[in-house]
Design a binder for this molecule. Structure first.
Ligand SMILES: [Zn+2]
Length: 145
């Protein structure tokens, strides 16, 4: 990101914070409760804003629940964290078929082959705020319709 933008945000009182899971953001406390985060426009995982016109701005209450979020991707995402609304560090547990065999020392060996699968009930986790639940809880209004 440009040095000028970093200087401007710092002058306004924003500070770079680690929001967990390797995610960073520009944070400023709101006058009464909560805080505002500004991040990049590609899933909101980084404070490193390449394009200020496409940054993500989120407002969070004192429990770190997202009140509203804007900016970022032109197309709304299909999956987003229901807690922090970020999309960049979602993880899902998949089911994969693996070949199983027993070697000459009787150790069981597995090797994943072919495809893997997951559905609405697969455990999903947000690496940014550590929210976890079923995949269907992460579906946005876009996917639900
Ligand atoms: Zn989250």
């Amino acid at each position: 990101m440009s040095e000028d933008l970093a200087k401007s945000l710092t002058a306004l009182g924003f500070a770079v914070v680690d929001t967990g899971g390797g995610c960073t953001a520009w944070r400023i406390a709101l006058p009464r409760h909560g805080y505002l985060l500004i991040t990049d426009g590609e899933g909101g995982a980084s404070h490193d804003i390449d394009n200020p016109q496409a940054c993500t701005i989120g407002i969070y209450d004192e429990q770190s629940e997202c009140v509203c979020i804007t900016g970022g991707a032109l197309e709304p995402p299909t999956f987003a964290c229901p807690r922090c609304q970020r999309t960049a560090h979602l993880y899902v547990i998949v089911t994969a078929e693996a070949r199983l065999w027993e070697d000459k020392d009787s150790n069981l060996q597995t090797e994943v082959e072919g495809d893997h699968d997951w559905d609405d009930h697969a455990p999903m986790r947000c690496g940014c705020c550590e929210f976890s639940g079923e995949a269907q809880q992460f579906k946005t209004a876009k996917e639900a319709t």
